[in-house]
Design a protein around this ligand. Structure first.
Ligand code: GUN
Ligand code: ZN
Length: 454
């Protein structure tokens, strides 16, 4: 155990709480190398700014000596791990999951756009938001970069509910002023940009909430809207940007027709000033080398969404080419194109996608790397390294408690593993929401609180 992990980052914090169980974390958040402690202690406490942070972690028997009066919640046989970070998800598509279509564009036209129209109604948006956030918690996802809809109310409702639950969440009003149906289309481009700025001022940086400038994708925005979004991005450099790029061949052909002056689909965003740090682009499947290098150069990141890409038949993210270009990436569910809220399903699908050798060598992602892509690596992609996605001291106290014996098959299979990699892989391949015994947000057990053993 590195001595750094037991340092007390915040001498003023109060009150301290201890959590005893196995521990899984990434000692170097930049490296997908996990550490596992079988009987560990995690110490959390509220800092002067009101945020509950991790104060120390280490082997229980050693660390408890420093905290003799610490109240400890003990979970024998379970393992504390970082809360998962979902880099791309649409809360208004919770009820679109599993809608079959002949690829992305028919799926948007027949299911997604008609469904999203309903989010002009705040009461409806609120009911879906509450269900969605409950579902994220059940699956151990404690931070998400999330699309709302074109209706500003859909952002207000989501932000207010996330604030009530003390969550670290990022969302934004979707910008789409063309090729979209009435009721979802921004009928006034200037107004859509003013609404974006109003929402930034209302929500960005309030407690743990963040705003993301959210052009849906190039085909549904005029050049004026894209450039307006880029101007706002320049004015607010710590606000996020989220969109979709290079997901589907028909979509890409459409973009070339609409923006003949651009070198590539990605270049449409680049020309509009929408490529920079804190810009997260979903899919990034059909990029070329120049695109990947450009994203790496400016520090934009890819939200890899394998269950969505498999479901919609969009293609396979090229891990080897992305690594070679230095493109940063992390994992995402892309619900409702994606088929599951479960990080285990997403990690499993990412493994499957990376193995594909259609026109390129397939690679085998290690279980630690897959896990990192959905925790510390995803946090890094969001520029939230040191805040979420890890258990290092100073990180915010959002974590999950895994039950590796959650099902008979999981219990049997995990008991027969010899290495950390084998153990993690068994959970990735066989896991789902049942593996998440508890989810803890800001030091409060919000999932299955009755099952704690104090
Ligand atoms: N491209 C534009 N909008 C969407 C969306 O809602 N989902 C996905 N997967 N791709 C998109
Ligand atoms: Zn999406």
């Amino acid at each position: 155990m590195n001595a750094d992990h037991t340092n007390h980052p915040d001498a003023e914090c109060t009150p301290l709480k201890g959590w005893r169980a196995g521990l899984l974390w990434f000692p170097d958040p930049h490296s997908p190398k996990a550490q596992h402690e079988t009987d560990g202690l995690l110490v959390t406490g509220q800092s002067a700014d009101g945020i509950v942070r991790i104060q120390a972690l280490g082997p229980y028997r050693e660390l408890i000596q420093r905290y003799p009066d610490l109240p400890v919640t003990h979970w024998p046989g379970l393992c504390i791990a970082p809360g998962f970070v979902d880099l791309h998800i649409h809360y208004p598509q919770t009820d679109v999951i599993g809608s079959p279509a002949d690829g992305l564009l028919p799926w948007l036209t027949h299911y997604t756009f008609p469904h999203e129209k309903q989010f002009s109604e705040p009461a409806y948006a609120h009911e879906v938001t509450a269900f969605f956030l409950d579902e994220l918690m059940r699956h151990g996802v404690t931070t998400a970069l999330c699309f709302a809809t074109a209706h500003p109310e859909s952002v207000d409702v989501f932000m207010a509910e996330a604030q009530k639950r003390h969550l670290r969440m990022i969302t934004g009003k979707v910008l789409q002023d063309r090729h979209s149906p009435d009721g979802l289309r921004d009928s006034d481009t200037d107004l859509s940009l003013r609404q974006t700025e109003d929402l930034i001022q209302r929500w960005h940086g309030i407690e743990r909430l963040g705003y993301a400038i959210t052009p849906r994708f190039a085909p549904t925005s005029t050049l004026a809207q894209l450039h307006g979004a880029g101007d706002i991005a320049q004015q607010y450099p710590d606000v996020w940007i989220q969109s979709h790029v290079a997901e589907n061949p028909d979509e890409i052909r459409w973009v070339h027709k609409l923006f003949p002056e651009a070198r590539s689909y990605l270049d449409v965003y680049d020309r509009a000033g929408l490529l920079r740090q804190r810009a997260v682009y979903a899919h990034c499947i059909h990029l070329d080398e120049a695109d990947r290098r450009r994203m790496a150069e400016v520090g934009s990141t890819a939200a890899v969404s394998p269950t969505s890409n498999l479901f919609l038949g969009s293609g396979f993210f090229d891990y080897a080419a992305s690594e070679a270009a230095g493109l940063r990436y992390g994992l995402a569910s892309d619900v409702g194109g994606g088929t599951s809220f479960s990080p285990f399903h997403t990690m499993h699908a990412a493994y499957t996608v990376a193995r594909q050798s259609v026109g390129r060598p397939g690679i085998s992602l290690t279980p630690e790397h897959l896990w990192w892509q959905h925790t510390a690596g995803a946090a890094q992609a969001l520029d939230l390294n040191g805040k979420v996605g890890n258990l290092l001291p100073g990180c915010e106290a959002d974590f999950v408690v895994l039950n590796p014996k959650a099902t008979p098959l999981l219990a049997r299979r995990t008991a027969q593993t010899d290495t950390l990699a084998e153990w993690l892989f068994a959970m990735i391949v066989l896991g789902d929401d049942r593996l998440i015994a508890h989810t803890v947000v800001q030091g409060q057990i919000i999932q299955n609180p009755g099952l704690q053993n104090t």
